[in-house]
Ligand binder design. Structure first.
Ligand SMILES: Cc1cc2nc3c(=O)[nH]c(=O)nc-3n(C[C@H](O)[C@H](O)[C@H](O)COP(=O)(O)OP(=O)(O)OC[C@H]3O[C@@H](n4cnc5c(N)ncnc54)[C@H](O)[C@@H]3O)c2cc1C
Length: 746
């Protein structure tokens, strides 16, 4: 006997299992691409580890490298949440506004059917292909069989692929296996642990806390585990080994709960650093669904390795990218609180992970060819997985899986059989939808903007005004500067002396291939060298004359070193121009990870025209080998416009624009009710008609980076975007404008 209904059947073109950010990326991309899609998720709220049930803040490549934030659907969701959420982004603080943002995005798609509370337990394979998945929907007491032509396993644990018989790995590979330089001589089978988060609230009056008898006890210090900020957390309340993170989930939950309450007891009743400050604070929420970091990883058509990361991941079938550090933890977690929770064997802090490409082949296996993987179960060695396993990265790779499904379903094929030309179409589709692929640019033949000449009402000069903060040049420091076709005659830096006598500052120029070229600094050579003297007690612009009109145009690091001197920051980050600093044996983006990047104050003569109108037509929508960004002159204010002109008339029916939202600012530093001040808010699109400009689109209140607009086709020789207002700054910024003869929504 069973209370469950007899099995109900439904059929889809694509069935995505797992509603974390990877699954959401896949399902939304496919549904927007016209695919009849099911999203099946075993929890009542979407978001996986990021949901209000678990509360891990989504992170990505941008946390270690400026301008490396993942874009596309996952970024659109982040911006939508930040614009209306009243809480900050921190461990333990995620709330229902985030859950609802994700839910509303799903509800907005008519092609997307949502099955919440549905645990998929079985996979039906026939003729080597997955034909259906089945499972139980708890609340409705219904057993579902969901048939599909293609599937995406976004369960994190690889539950669907494992049930379908796909080969998978658990644990660390030995060095002999892939030859990875950080791999240990002998592998192991344990994994990163699970965690529970908590959230606390200031009640405004004393809030005593008495732990239950079964809580862990931490009466003395918890070194290596920072807990002075106790509004929510902590990633380091982690337990795995010697247990299995999947099979022992219930046991680990109980053990983790004992740890959370023990840590809270420490904060409230024992820790001399927090006891007083936490007097009025009470636990407001404690997680009961353990967040899981690691379990199965599929062995796909390609296993991404650390060697691939080192080589920059330049694959012909790149469909996404990663850039988080190689982030391993100790196996003991809270079982050994005297040890640091991060694994020092990998020594990842000494290793810069330059954003690297991820190939389509890591998202499927020939063993079950109509199943894509998205999320942490994708095909990577454990070292590479440790760089990929953050949610913004996985969300963008999920979108790649969804867009792959769109093309496969149109062609009636599977990912492994997409010919090279179709993979190039897929890459163009991803770029069009603002998914970043390192080394790739827009080559869409339908984009009429590529045939146009761009001009603008004004262009911003390079440079920015200094503020009061800076970085000491006791450690060599560098600022990325653009050099234009006129070469380099002079640079000017704002330097402050903190010495009692005059000092010499050594100055070098190092050619950089792109904005992320820290390796050029590591290599140690220089294109030119000079020095300057700084008088005691001064704070002023200091010139260095290079007199090099022949210096090839491009990007350069301007490197300074000198005791007793501080290089002042600019008040606002200069778009596309990170700074770097040498510390602990290597170069780092300045002033350090987690997205509060700064620019050192420097200007360049002659002005390099780094932000000209043509930068909006380079086909790349973030800083790369150039700024790829049009900026109007801030001194002239708004409105400002960028215009495209053709050598004759074109029929135009729509535009796609990518505005600047400052990709050096990560979501964790976006405050509640945030709208990127750089983002163009009010604008209109105009076409040239016989008697002047005619408005074909007007937009108000925008805060998103990518916008798509369509109208009835008109013939015109010129089109322009007029930026009337932004969400804060007095200049217009645009990474890309595409123009199409027909609407490109799908
Ligand atoms: C405590 C902790 C701290 C972390 N810190 C960070 C951080 O700061 N930033 C960051 O970005 N990442 C962090 N991570 C890693 C990150 O959260 C995970 O790697 C990421 O969530 C994996 O994404 P995913 O979409 O693959 O899986 P998930 O987010 O786990 O989503 C998969 C979803 O599928 C559902 N599911 C599973 N099996 C089934 C099934 N059979 N049927 C239906 N549904 C199913 C699950 O309930 C789950 O919600 C942390 C992880 C933990 C646990």
């Amino acid at each position: 006997m069973s209370t469950f209904l007899a099995e109900r059947h439904d059929g889809f073109d694509l069935v995505v299992v797992g509603g974390g950010l990877a699954g959401l990326g896949a399902a939304l991309a496919a549904a927007r691409g016209g695919v009849r899609t099911a999203l099946v998720h075993n929890r009542p709220v979407l978001g996986g580890c990021s949901s209000s049930e678990i509360r891990v803040p989504p992170a990505g490549a941008g946390y270690h490298t400026p301008f490396a934030m993942e874009t596309g659907i996952v970024y659109e969701l982040v911006l939508a949440d930040r614009a209306r959420n009243h809480d900050p982004v921190e461990g333990g603080l995620a709330n229902s506004v985030w859950d609802l943002t994700l839910y509303e995005a799903v509800r907005a798609e008519p092609n997307l059917s949502l099955f919440l509370d549905t645990q998929i337990t079985e996979a039906e394979v026939a003729g080597g292909r997955l034909v259906a998945v089945s499972g139980c929907q708890a609340g409705s007491e219904t057993r579902w069989r969901l048939a599909g032509r293609l599937f995406v396993d976004a369960t994190g644990d690889g539950a669907v692929g494992a049930a379908a018989g796909l080969p998978f790995r658990i644990g660390q590979e030995a060095q002999g296996e892939y030859g990875e330089r950080f791999a240990p001589a002998a592998g192991w089978s344990h994994t990163l642990g699970n965690s529970l988060h908590f959230r606390a609230r200031d009640t405004g009056r004393p809030a005593p806390f008495a732990p239950p008898s079964w809580a862990a006890r931490f009466e003395s210090c918890l070194p290596h585990r920072p807990h002075r900020q106790f509004a929510g957390g902590y990633w380091w309340i982690e337990l795995g080994w010697p247990r299995d993170t999947v099979r022992d989930n219930e046991l680990l939950r109980d053990e983790l709960l004992a740890q959370v309450l023990g840590v809270w007891d420490h904060i409230k009743n024992h820790c001399p650093d927090t006891r007083e400050a936490a007097r009025n604070w009470a636990l407001d929420w404690v997680g009961m669904v353990p967040g899981r970091r690691e379990s199965r990883r599929f062995v796909g058509a390609h296993v991404l390795t650390q060697e691939d990361i080192d080589a920059g991941g330049r694959f012909a079938d790149t469909v996404g990218f990663g850039g988080w550090e190689i982030d391993d933890h100790t196996k003991e977690g809270m079982r050994e609180v005297a040890k640091k929770p991060s694994f020092e064997g990998v020594n990842h802090w000494l290793y810069f992970v330059r954003p690297f490409g991820v190939p389509l082949r890591s998202l499927y296996s020939p063993a079950v060819p109509n199943l894509l993987f998205a999320g942490r179960c994708l095909s990577a060695s454990r070292l590479a997985f440790n760089s990929l396993r953050v949610m913004l990265t996985l969300g963008a790779l999920g979108q790649a899986a969804g867009e792959t499904a769109v093309l496969c379903l149109r062609d009636g094929t599977v990912p492994g059989e997409l010919p090279p030309a179709r993979i190039r179409d897929l890459q163009q589709r991803l770029l069009e939808r603002d998914v970043f692929l390192p080394g790739f640019r827009n080559q869409d033949p339908a984009d009429l903007a590529r045939e146009a000449v761009a001009t603008a009402s004004s262009e911003a000069p390079f440079g920015g005004e200094p503020d009061a903060s800076g970085g000491s040049l006791a450690a060599p420091s560098a600022q990325l500067i653009p050099v234009g076709p006129g070469g380099l005659i002079r640079t000017r830096m704002f330097l402050e002396s903190r010495a009692t006598e005059s000092r010499t500052v050594m100055v070098r120029l190092v050619a950089a291939a792109e904005v992320w070229d820290l390796p050029a600094l590591e290599a140690g050579g220089s294109a030119a060298e000079s020095e300057c003297r700084i008088e005691a007690g001064t704070a002023d612009w200091v010139d260095v004359v290079w007199d090099r009109p022949d210096l090839p145009a491009g990007l350069y690091w301007l490197c300074l070193a000198g005791e007793g001197v501080v290089w002042r920051h600019t008040a606002a980050m200069t778009p596309g121009c990170p700074a770097a600093r040498f510390a602990n044996g290597r170069w780092w983006f300045h002033p350090g990870p987690f997205g509060l990047w700064r620019t050192f104050a420097a200007t360049v003569f002659p002005d390099p025209r780094a932000y000209g109108a043509e930068q909006a037509l380079t086909g790349v929508t973030r800083p790369g080998t150039s700024m790829n960004l049009w900026r109007s002159a801030p001194a002239l204010g708004l409105p400002a416009s960028i215009e495209l002109a053709w050598d004759g008339e074109r029929e135009v029916a729509g535009v796609q624009v990518v505005f600047d939202t400052d990709l050096s600012r990560v979501n964790r530093v976006m405050p509640p009710f945030f709208r990127a001040p750089e983002c163009v808010r009010d604008y209109r699109i105009e076409v040239w008609a016989e008697n002047g400009w005619r408005t074909v689109w007007t937009e108000r209140g925008n805060y998103q980076r990518r916008r798509v607009h369509a109208w009835s086709p008109v013939r015109t020789p010129r089109l322009r975007l007029v930026a009337e207002a932004t969400n804060g700054i007095p200049e217009a910024r645009l990474y890309e404008i595409r123009v199409y003869a027909v609407s490109q929504q799908n």
